[in-house]
Design a protein around this ligand. Sequence first.
Ligand code: FES
Length: 111
Amino acid sequence: MPHYTITLHHPDQASERFPVQAGQTLLAGAEAGLTRPVPVGCRGGGCGLCRVRILQGPYQRQCMSRRHVGPGQAQLGYALACKVLPEGDLDIELATPCPETPAARLCNGHG
Ligand code: FES
């Protein structure tokens, strides 16, 4: 099964790479492959905690809350990682959740 390489750029200029299998969500790959925890909530496109910005690369967006990613933001690459299916290598960064988003819970796939 093919996989893609995702490069996550952190605000401190560091970056991490992790693989995502074809058909796997960006969030699932991040939880399995990152050493730093990522914000996780509903895993269903509704809470907005897993908001990211995709800087480069092809992907498919599934249905997600417009409250957390409006049409204009989507054009700028903002998306919810639990509803993104990579279709090639991606460059991404974590995005600040919208103000109405509940406090983030951090998860690295081990808890
Ligand atoms: S985890 Fe809730 S929108 Fe992605």
